[in-house]
Design a protein around this ligand. Sequence first.
Ligand SMILES: Cc1cc2nc3c(=O)[nH]c(=O)nc-3n(C[C@H](O)[C@H](O)[C@H](O)COP(=O)(O)OP(=O)(O)OC[C@H]3O[C@@H](n4cnc5c(N)ncnc54)[C@H](O)[C@@H]3O)c2cc1C
Length: 432
Amino acid sequence: MRIAIIGAGATGLTAGWKLSSKGHSVTVYEKNDRLGGLTAAIPVGDDMLEMYYHHIFTNDTVIIDVIKELGLENDLKWYEPSNVIYLNNTIYPFTTPMDLLMFRPLSFISRIRMGLMVLQARFVKDYLAIEDITAREWIIRRGGEECYNLVWEPLLNSKFDIDSDKISATWIWNKFKLRGSSRGKNISKELLGYMDGSFIRIYNRMAEIIKAGSGEIRLNDAVNEIYKSNDTFKIKSRSGTDEYDSVIFTASPEKLSYVVKGMGKHYLDSLRKIKYKANICMILELAESLMPNYWMTVADREIPFVLVIEHTNLVKNHKYGSHIVYLSRYLDPANELYTKDDESIRELFVSWLKKIFPAFREEWIKKYHINRTRDAQPVVRTGYSRLIPGTETPMKGLYLASMSQIYPEDRGQNYAIRSGLEISEHFPSLRD
Ligand SMILES: Cc1cc2nc3c(=O)[nH]c(=O)nc-3n(C[C@H](O)[C@H](O)[C@H](O)COP(=O)(O)OP(=O)(O)OC[C@H]3O[C@@H](n4cnc5c(N)ncnc54)[C@H](O)[C@@H]3O)c2cc1C
């Protein structure tokens, strides 16, 4: 079959890799000038670095198996992170259960309640039973008002901006569960995985296999229209119009609603109900180290970023020639900060960095990069399971596999790869 895949991110490339291996003729369309989607990487020093920070957890078994299948397992390394939280102008350790017990901004009783809330999350099996409750209500009920106001309210706000009060308890439940499960038997020791040379190596390898199987990857080739005529799909893109037997769309449901023609209004409206938050991510290549930790959560609503990540404090095997720091901010795409020019964002972020780290000097910045993406995080609001569109669309042969459909899991490479594998199961193997 001639199959068009829209999007050369983790989902699209995994589907393309598997379908090529099954003997299908695959064409992957990508609107950007590089492959990888949210896992795309840029050259830094003598190495490659993700435009948005990435690590994996020990229970991300799908991606770990794929890394093995692609023969890259020797390059996947596991590191122990050190996490802190910035609150009330102070940096507190925030990695182990003991750190939580010693967390002075909260009263002792609130610390115990917060610890129990995180531990108990592992035992919630029926996530549908909590999906109509907001994260706010769920946290206050279990962890108390003090713990919500001090720690979780600024975090939910920094991730979901104007929609933070609508977020489902399922989303926060899943976060607690996930973080706890990368600890293994020794709960005080968390392990995070990273690939030598960045995760893009996985996707480059998939792309090589697609091309070797006479498939094609078309970069800089945004798809503007998908329609069906006489059982054949027509794809209109920047480079022209081509025909296919089947189409897999891996960008957001809302994007699909704007390019597909010939679908009913009811279906198109349902695709537009799922919203995404955008992300601005600044990478700093520094001459000096900023902090001793890997991950700093910033729980302060005044500060324009929510995370400070010193990537080189986790990843030891690299050739960047610099200390790498990411500053991340999620926001509504309508927020005026999203469209500010790079220099204004750099100035704003750096001015706040100086307040958190008084020893930091602007002269340490060798280079900076501002990356932004419109579709960074689906807004997992209450009742989310009732909003998710199916993989099979009303147009036979057109499939939708986006990161908004992996619920109750939250976005991550593991689940994008899983979606790519699952979608390829809809097609027979021509090799048998
Ligand atoms: C800030 C940030 C941090 C993250 N951290 C982690 C982490 O630590 N660990 C982890 O595992 N995951 C992390 N993720 C999530 C992970 O990157 C995603 O879950 C995964 O990459 C999603 O892959 P995808 O293929 O489903 O979507 P995408 O990567 O979004 O791919 C969709 C592709 O479609 C393309 N496209 C859109 N419209 C069109 C069109 N009309 N024509 C052609 N192409 C089009 C887009 O350009 C894009 O390349 C993070 C994400 C972000 C934003």
